[in-house]
Design a protein around this ligand. Structure first.
Ligand code: SF4
Length: 453
């Protein structure tokens, strides 16, 4: 029995590999291997595939990348869906060139009984359609789709599945999703062993399926979050916080180090809420000479104290993002995860612990429902005053979040709006209830001025 796992292309007007790895499908790979299934992986967004490097060299293409492994994807412009024709942005397919994907499929589909495909952002579903076009030219075996897109908007995913030749869509995570996928392909017999382990605690993401060295890996010490921010899909996807034991996190770390990884990004939604945080940081410290740790997903400023700040520094964290998102009254009405005061305090503690300007950054959102230009400017000024960097991110109304529900109820977002139109880079071109493109561009221009200082 062999399953081919696929992480599809990203189709978007912009994309950047900010330590992005398809962790969900890598856990699925680990679960399947534990059930005795042979597994192969094609990650269509893999920037480190040797064949891609050869292809780019031949064409004289050099893509910018950072010393810690993040960097630009290779991309090709593709025809826009008709409903995007009025949007003055180029629509691209990010990831491997088609000819390389065809070669990989020829090789890896051999003897495969089914394909399990994952999905990411809801507005990336066009990447699934593009991937299926290429895949279906090679095979008629069953294709099962899971992942974030399915979990957030299953009905839409079912429509995409029907139109693109996917046989079944599966909601849920981990062993539940794998069980349903296996039942669909008629391999219930494999589920006998599925009750004997806890997929998150007892398995490590199957990075070995890449079959070539990776400069970085993404790991999780926890999933979910105990907050309920109105713009965020994490509570709906995962519910409350669930942590992994320190021993298991270290086991996951050891495994990626064996594969030659030098940078590890923890993409937890609530890293500082890990119940054994002190022990975890103490254990990570023992690896500081072998690995650069990153926290790119915005930590909770409120839960930082001086000893945690010092422990992060001593453990060798090279980049810490803090979630600020906005300033003013919206901080409270969107969920109350941070105040300006807590944010200032956290930055000061991190600086006292030895973090430099280039190692600290804040996330600030633009275009949250009800947010004014001044709210964004005040958040920016706060970062400038504290002398740290910041990343301005345009808001996306994510289906099913409290903000999205409210916008729909008020009639501020059309019913059945296509997920692609909700893409944060596309939304300002047509959505009249938020900031217009000029306002957003002017806020971003301020950022480029400040980064030139
Ligand atoms: S604290 Fe962060 S992860 Fe948790 S709900 Fe809010 S935005 Fe989402």
């Amino acid at each position: 029995m062999k399953i081919l796992l696929i992480n599809p292309w990203i189709c978007d007007v912009a994309a950047y590999d900010f330590w992005m790895k398809p962790l969900g499908i890598l856990y699925v790979g680990a679960i399947l291997e534990r059930l005795g299934v042979e597994v192969e992986l094609i990650d269509l967004t893999d920037r480190f595939l040797p064949e891609l490097r050869i292809y780019l060299n031949k064409k004289g293409i050099r893509l910018r990348e950072t010393p810690f492994g993040s960097g630009k994807f290779y991309s090709e412009e593709i025809e826009k869906p008709a409903f995007l024709s009025a949007i003055p942005r180029r629509f691209k397919r990010y990831g491997l060139p088609v000819e390389i994907v065809n070669r990989l499929l020829l090789r890896k589909l051999k003897d495969a009984d089914a394909v399990f495909m994952t999905s990411g952002m809801t507005y990336w579903y066009w990447g699934i359609i593009e991937t299926m076009k290429v895949l279906r030219a090679h095979t008629n075996i069953p294709v099962v789709l899971g992942g974030i897109y399915v979990n957030l908007i299953k009905e839409h995913a079912e429509k995409t599945a029907k139109e693109s030749g996917i046989n079944h869509v599966v909601k849920g995570h981990g062993i539940d999703a794998v069980s349903e996928a296996l039942r669909f392909i008629g391999r219930n017999d494999l589920l006998v062993k599925s009750g004997s382990f806890d997929w998150f605690e007892d398995t490590s993401p199957a990075y070995h399926l890449y079959e070539h060295p990776l400069p970085y890996a993404v790991l999780l010490a926890s999933i979910g979050c105990n907050f309920r921010c109105t713009y965020c899909s994490t509570p709906r996807l995962w519910g409350g916080l669930r942590s992994k034991s320190v021993d298991s996190v270290i086991r996951d770390l050891e495994k990626v180090l064996e594969l030659g990884v030098e940078t590890v990004a923890f993409y937890d939604d609530a890293f500082l809420l890990h119940p054994q945080l002190n022990e975890l940081l103490e254990r990570l410290r023992r690896y500081r000479d072998r690995v650069n740790f990153m926290l790119p997903n915005g930590i909770h400023a409120r839960f930082l104290d001086s000893s945690i700040a010092r422990a992060l520094k001593e453990a060798g964290f090279r980049l810490v993002y803090l979630g600020l998102e906005t300033s003013g009254r919206l901080q409270k009405t969107t969920g109350g995860k941070v105040t300006d005061e807590e944010f200032c305090r956290a930055v000061k503690l991190l600086k006292e612990a030895g973090f430099e300007r280039k190692e600290l950054k804040a996330y600030i959102m633009i275009n949250l429902p009800g947010q004014t230009k001044e709210d964004v400017e005040n958040a920016v000024k706060l970062c400038e005053k504290l002398d740290i960097g910041y990343s301005l991110n345009e808001y996306t109304p994510i289906p099913g979040t409290p903000d999205w529900v409210k916008l729909q109820q008020k009639g501020d977002l059309p019913k059945n709006v296509d997920p692609l139109l909700l893409n944060n880079s596309i939304l300002p071109y047509w959505w009249k209830k938020g900031m217009d493109v000029q306002t957003i561009e002017s806020l971003k221009a301020r950022k480029s001025l400040s980064t030139k200082r």
